[in-house]
Write a protein that binds this ligand. Sequence first.
Ligand code: BTN
Length: 330
Amino acid sequence: MSDPALEQLAEKLLAIIRKKPGERFEFEKLGKTLSCDIEQLRESARLLHDWRYRLKRHRKTITFVAPPDLLTDIEIKFGLKTKTIGRTLFCYHTVQSTNDIAAQKAEHGAPHGTVVVADQQTKGRGRLGRVWHSPPETGIYVSILLRPPFAPDKAPALSIMTAVALADTFGAYVPGEVQIKWPNDVWIGGKKAAGILTELSADKHKISHVVIGAGINVNQGVRQFPEELRPIATSLRRAVKRKVRRVDLLQAFLLNFEKEYAAYEKDGLRKSHAKIRRYSSLIGKQIGIRTGNTVVEGIAIDIDNEGRLIMDRDGTAVAITAGEVSVVKR
Ligand code: BTN
């Protein structure tokens, strides 16, 4: 049974001791600071231990060792540098789909910037009706709720904007190895490491809300991907060859997202255009775009400020808004 008063005390205790990892804090002094008795402090310490914080607990003292890599409210908020994105935050162990939860929160009036995170999804969705494999303790499944002031026709480019934020986030770990595959995939070393699913609720003229969902492969080993995905999927861990703290990665992503979104709201993709070109896995390549049963071929030459892929077809520039792209090998 959870005891809210004890949970509150545990959070206060944690806030004090985590500031100085390795230092012994005396229960007696802590008790005075937090206006509680030593037994209550010991119970709080037990609770922190249950929450998987690494602590050294002695009879009279407690020492903070390390936080867990769990996508909890306390951990994500600790050190989060954003102003709006993630300031309203919902964290879950298991959900069907964080995009669905974010849409429900939107219907109940959740504010712009609300973030929904889960450790595991049982019905994670990808684009084109695909499944997003979402096992626990390895990836990040996150949805960001936006209430943009702009018209619905500016919404599709939010996917590529998010891809830039993700690419910058990965780039801090594996500089030079990250690519964006238009319109919504982020690759590391030529394999997919993250996917983005943008879902819009709007009428003809006004956006009610947008949910941007990102599935981020952080610590999966090869075997944690289903066999059919192994040739095409990867994780950040496989590229950096060590485990990556998901909480740190998520905080960095949310901050990068906030910056990219602020620029996008003001100026569209103008500011990130050079970066998008640099990250693009398609520009300069002979590509094929499948829509239904037809494949149209040409050379990818740009991604414009509306997030459309510009393709050269026999000397004519054609703007593509959606579709499955593949590089044509000759
Ligand atoms: C794709 O590459 O097809 C997009 C994958 C998007 C997956 C994320 S995981 C968080 C959010 N919740 C979902 O059900 N889907 C998105």
